[in-house]
Each structure stands twice: as C-alpha cells, then as structure tokens.
Design a protein around this ligand. Structure first.
Ligand code: 3EB
Length: 315
C-alpha cells in the first residue's frame, strides 16, 4: 500500500485506489475513487495525491457516499451542497458511519473535512458560535449516536479546514483492523478541549498508527500552533511554523518512527497565500527533500495561520 503520494507513473502491478485532486486540477484519472477538493494549490507545482495498491479495487456508491475498496481498505467520499450546516454534517456523518460500521472495513483510520467559510458566524441567532463550532457539535453528536458515549476511544486521525466556497466535503480511509491512537503530550486531547472552544469539542486523535496492509505507517492529524488547548503566536507565522514543527516532533517521538519520508506527501494549509514562499523555505530547511503540497485554506481558529498534516513511515 503506497499512501497519499504524488505519482508520475504507476509501478507495474499497482492500481489506483483513490486520487485526491485539489483546486480543480482536472488531471487524468486512472481508476478508483476521485475526490475533488475545493482548495487551491499554492506554488508552481500542481500535484494530485494518489493512493495506490497491489490489490483488486472495486468501486461503488451507497446513497451520498462513493467508495473504492480492496479486501483490506475502504476509501470513501461524501459531498453535500449546503442547506443547514449542522443538519448537513449530521446527515453526512450518519451516512458515513452507517456505511463504515456495516462494512468489512469498520475501523476508521483517517478523515479529512473541508467546511465552507469555517470561521464565519454560525448564524444570526447564536452570536457566540462560529461554523467550526457548529461542525464540531454535529460531528461529535454523530459519533456519539453511532459509537456510544465512549466514542472518543475509537476516534481516528483527522483534519478539518475551511474553503471559500463549494460543498461540504469529507473523505476517509477505513480498514479491516483497528489502528492505534497516538496522543501528543504537549497538546490536550481534542475531545477534552474546554467549552470556550464550542459546546461540543472536536473529535480526532493527534495521530493513528495504521494497521495492515500498511507497514509502519502513522497518519498525523492536522497539527497547528496549539499548546495545551491554547493557540500560540497570533500574527507571527514563522513562530507558528516553529511551534507546529515542535508538535510534529513530539508526536513523532511517541511513534518511534521518523519524519521526512521521501515518497509521502506533507500537506500545508495556509490562511494567507502570500505566506507560501516564506513558509516553504522554512519547511524545506527543516524537513529536507520531503514533497510538500501547499493549499490555501482557512485554519479552523481565526488566529491560526498554518496547519500541517502528513504521514510517518519507517524508512
Ligand atoms: C487543533 O489542534 C487544530 O476538527 O478535525 C486539527 C486537526 C484541527 C483536526 C478537526 C482540527 C481538526 O485543534 C485544528
């Protein structure tokens, strides 16, 4: 299983499980599931994220869910045009969790979410809520409905960032075997954030060690300049990069694996496209030759300028 990397050519015997295309890249598709993500890429390169496998791939749909699966893995995607954000998130996650729970791949490993206008006010009636808080409430309630009151034990790695426009899009990977949740001792568990960040906390693990068919692979969640539960270095993107890298270092220490695999793609979400050259220079100096994919996205807290996610692999 080759995970989330850029490919220029497929190796013999490899088939595509899924292609994640950013910013309407419109590039050629070679089978499997296609997920179009409404976030523009920054910088010169235009790369897709391709998940390949040596196993047979079958594709299908289940209501709003589209998927590609092997015997061991399920890659699925859902996309809804917005009517009411909390109702949409509830329906989307109900469809996702119903399908996954009934499937031969009931263990969620990684979820990505793109929420339109994520930092805007939730509505005219509730002054204190922004749309990220609404998203978190509906997602948390859905996990509780499907997995019970101790659903936190089963949470996987995730990201949730904002688009300017377009549908609510969620895509995910689940497996036949469970992964192993990994915490970051520098950061509060997301499901224990205090109520000032919203009436229901976010629902994700800092990282997850992937089961077979992955080999010593860890999915690292979106990681930002947060220590404990507090945002750090508002207005200073270079300091946020440093703090984020410290968090990535600490998560990496917990796993016993190394950072900087050369064939995995690290994704950098930037609130301000103008920060891209500077952040690219900082990260290239720190991460070495790892391929970097920069996306213009709203990080879910307005004071955060950057979020980074990726994979650790034993090389
Ligand atoms: C954070 O640490 C920053 O809501 O699924 C990172 C990863 C973040 C996942 C999510 C949010 C999510 O709270 C934001």
């Amino acid at each position: 299983m080759a995970a989330g990397r850029r490919v220029d050519a497929l190796a013999p015997g490899e088939t595509v499980l899924a292609t994640v295309r950013y910013g309407g890249s419109g590039s050629e598709v070679r089978g499997g599931l296609v997920v179009d993500v409404p976030l523009p890429q920054l910088g010169d390169a235009r790369v897709d994220e391709v998940w390949t496998t040596a196993a047979n791939v079958r594709t299908g749909t289940d209501g709003p869910l589209r998927f590609a699966a092997t015997d061991e893995l399920l890659f699925g995607a859902l996309s809804v045009d917005e009517r009411d954000l909390e109702r949409d998130v509830a329906e989307l996650y109900d469809a996702l969790l119903e399908h996954v729970d009934a499937s031969a791949h009931p263990h969620l490993l990684r979820i990505w979410n793109v929420v339109p206008r994520v930092t805007q006010r939730a509505g005219l009636t509730d002054e204190k809520l922004d749309r990220y808080m609404s998203f978190c409430r509906a997602r948390s309630l859905a996990f509780e409905r499907h997995h019970g009151s101790d659903f936190a034990r089963r949470l996987c790695a995730a990201s949730a960032v904002g688009s300017v426009e377009g549908p609510l899009v969620t895509w995910f990977l689940s497996g036949r075997e469970p992964g192993q949740r990994i915490s970051n001792p520098r950061q509060e568990e997301s499901w224990r954030y205090p109520e000032r960040y919203g009436p229901r906390p976010p629902s994700f693990a800092r990282a997850l060690r992937a089961p077979a068919p992955f080999d010593d692979t860890v999915f690292v969640s979106g990681t930002a300049s947060i220590v404990g539960h507090a945002s750090r270095h508002q207005g200073d993107v270079a300091a946020q990069v440093e703090e984020t890298l410290r968090n990535l270092d600490v998560v990496t220490e917990q796993t016993g694996l190394r950072r900087s695999p050369t064939d995995a793609l690290w994704k950098i979400y930037l609130r301000d496209a103008d920060d891209e050259p500077r952040v690219r220079a900082l990260l290239t100096a720190q991460l070495g030759p790892t391929p970097l994919l920069f996306l213009r996205a709203d990080v879910c807290r307005p004071e955060l300028a950057i979020e980074i996610e990726g994979l650790l692999v034993d090389t």
